[in-house]
Write a protein that binds this ligand. Structure first.
Ligand code: TTP
Ligand code: MG
Length: 581
């Protein structure tokens, strides 16, 4: 639905449209991974279950009325023939995600490819598009060729540059040759064909996807949602008004970067109080669109700043929210990296209290962590990056308390022997559990017992790229070479990224060196100082637009429904609750 434009009361934020960005999102990702393992399932309704909920389901099941995040019993009622496969072990999903990431990266020239969660990617294709638009013969647009390599003019594909590939949102008539928007139109058209070509290459690996094409990450992600599955949408919006009109149709909570706190504050200020006599609880939720907030007489960047202020909250939240409402998002697509910011493994328990149980669990977690470290960080028998820090987080089991209640962490330098190659992993895992994790546990939970442990999370972080290897494979068509300066520049980017993620242990000065005797020095003691360490950031309330992948891929408990959800999916999960009737 297109809203009628109001004359702006205030100066709107400045929109940049120099970049072209594609957002890719795999269709029913977990289900596709399982289908590829067992192809017969492709034609049957399939649900991937985690505890009592469906993490996702394939589109056969969706056509039968099953939805993502449905409870298993409801889903079985709607579709009794639904086949359920357990999806609590994320390893297979992570491995496919990594493989697909590498494939996508092989297309990028500038290596600006950012992963969001396990199945979404932003790709900044500005350089490829501008190069190809420059080459166009404007008198024969329908016979164009998209070059995938500057060095090899034959590498590429033919395309019709006079029309968009896939679906379009916005102007259906192409701007005339003389219009100032014409070149921008050609750039978006070229990108739409590149998106389609890339999606086809991914399909050859067995995975269908949806894509959105626009000039920033926010718009590309939102427009890509319009036609799913196995489709793509290009936003043709050349003026501020056209962009606002697209944004206006969205409910506030569906806008990435606007978190649940912001939404509930704005709801309570801008919407009439819900009619308690009415059963229609839904109507106020439905009513809070971006349009309503953007055009509300009381809303301005400064009033938003005042409303959203909270001790410790990010400054500039008002301006940022105001920008997002107008479809303005200048956040960069982060450079591709083979190296995750951190790797963590965790499990939840209903009150572990026996030293033996703790020791067994720490050994299991340590073994899984080591396996994951080898999958993610070892290539061709060599480490591409080594973590410097190990962290243990625990929290007691209390049904009546919020998830993060009394969550506490300690961090130590990871001993060098943990990255030994040629030593059996089981031996290293055992030693890590006994010599590093157990002492940390004891510091976090003094006393002989009575800890009632509800969570153990073991994490390695502070990755240091091993010089000469960190570039990774697949620089691809026109990709970067092995220039050492380039490598260090990229290394700097990657490290900057880590710093942004780290809340507790990124302070190099606090990280004591391994003493060489195999036992690391302690570097932080959050619990002792009374500070409770929170790993999870509230979506939308942090710095900049919150696109960051949190590589902490353990399961977290949803505070609304109590289900365990992978951390990276928690934000999307909360959005489903926000949309619930
Ligand atoms: P999504 O991209 O949200 O879902 P999807 O890929 O399954 O389906 P769609 O075709 O609509 O894109 O999430 C990617 C994967 O993350 C999904 O396959 C399962 C997992 N996930 C959870 O485990 N819990 C959640 O709450 C959400 C939202 C996703
Ligand atoms: Mg998906």
């Amino acid at each position: 639905m297109t809203q009628i434009m109001n004359t702006p009361r205030l100066k709107p934020p400045r929109r940049e449209d120099g970049r072209i960005i594609i957002h890719f999102d795999y269709d029913c990702f977990y289900a596709q991974v399982i289908e590829n393992q067992q192809p017969a399932l492709k034609f049957l309704p399939l649900g991937i279950k985690q505890k009592s909920i469906l993490a996702t389901c394939n589109y056969v099941a969706r056509r039968a009325g099953v939805n993502k995040l449905m409870g298993i019993s409801d889903a079985k009622k709607v579709c009794p023939e639904l086949i359920l496969v357990d999806g609590e072990d994320l390893s297979a999903f992570r491995d496919v995600s990594k493989k697909m990431y590498r494939l996508l990266r092989s297309f990028s020239w500038n290596r600006k490819l950012e992963r969001l969660g396990l199945d979404e990617y932003f790709m900044d294709v500005t350089d490829m598009v501008d190069y190809n638009v420059e080459l166009l013969n404007r008198n024969a647009l329908d016979q164009s060729f998209f070059c995938l390599s500057k060095d090899d003019p034959e590498q590429g594909f033919t395309y019709d540059a006079s029309s968009v590939a896939g679906c379009v949102y916005g102007s259906t008539v192409s701007p005339g040759q003389d219009s100032t928007s014409h070149t921008q139109y050609l750039r978006l058209v070229a990108a739409s064909h590149l998106a389609r070509y890339t999606r086809m290459q991914i399909e050859e690996q067995g995975y269908t996807s949806a894509a959105g094409i626009s000039t920033n990450k926010l718009l590309a992600k939102l427009v890509g949602n319009l036609h799913k599955p196995r489709n793509q949408t290009t936003l043709l919006a050349f003026t501020d008004e056209e962009v606002w009109s697209f944004m206006d149709t969205h409910q506030l909570r569906k806008i990435p970067g606007i978190g649940s706190r912001t939404t509930s504050i704005l709801k309570s200020h801008l919407l009439p109080p819900p009619n308690l006599d009415s059963n229609d609880e839904d109507s106020p939720k439905e009513a809070l669109t971006a349009y309503l907030v953007r055009t509300h007489p009381a809303v301005s960047p400064s009033s938003l700043e005042r409303l959203l202020f909270a001790p410790g909250a990010e400054r500039g939240l008002g301006e940022k929210t105001w920008s997002l409402l107008h479809g303005v998002d200048n956040s960069a697509v982060k450079p591709a990296s083979d190296v995750p910011t951190q790797i963590s493994i965790e499990d939840t328990y209903q009150g572990l209290d026996e030293p033996n149980e703790i020791s067994t669990q720490l050994k299991l977690l340590s073994a899984s962590l080591l396996r994951r470290m080898h999958i993610d960080l070892v290539e061709e028998g060599r480490w591409i990056a080594q973590p410097k820090t190990m962290r243990l987080t625990t929290r007691p089991y209390r049904r009546d308390k919020p998830y993060n209640w009394n969550r506490a962490s300690r961090s130590v330098s990871l001993p060098g022997w943990a990255c030994g190659l040629g030593i059996p992993n089981e031996d290293i895992a055992l030693r890590l559990a006994e010599e590093v994790l157990l002492p940390m546990f004891r510091r976090l939970n003094p006393g002989p017992r009575g800890w009632q442990v509800g969570l153990l999370n073991v994490c390695v972080t502070n990755m240091i790229i091993v010089a000469g290897i960190g570039e990774g494979a697949g620089a691809g068509a026109g990709g970067a070479g092995r220039d050492i300066g380039d490598m260090f520049r990229r290394q700097e980017d990657v490290l900057r990224e880590f710093t942004a993620y780290e809340e507790e242990v990124d302070d190099e000065e606090r990280v004591a060196e391994d003493d060489g005797r195999g036992f690391p020095d302690e570097v932080t003691d959050d619990n002792a100082s009374g500070k409770i360490s929170l790993d999870r950031k509230e979506e939308g309330e942090g710095s900049d637009v919150e696109w960051e992948e949190d590589d902490h891929d353990g399961l977290e408990t949803c505070t609304k429904c109590g289900h365990l959800i992978p951390s990276f999916a928690l934000t999307a999960h909360e959005r489903y609750h926000a949309m619930e009737p």
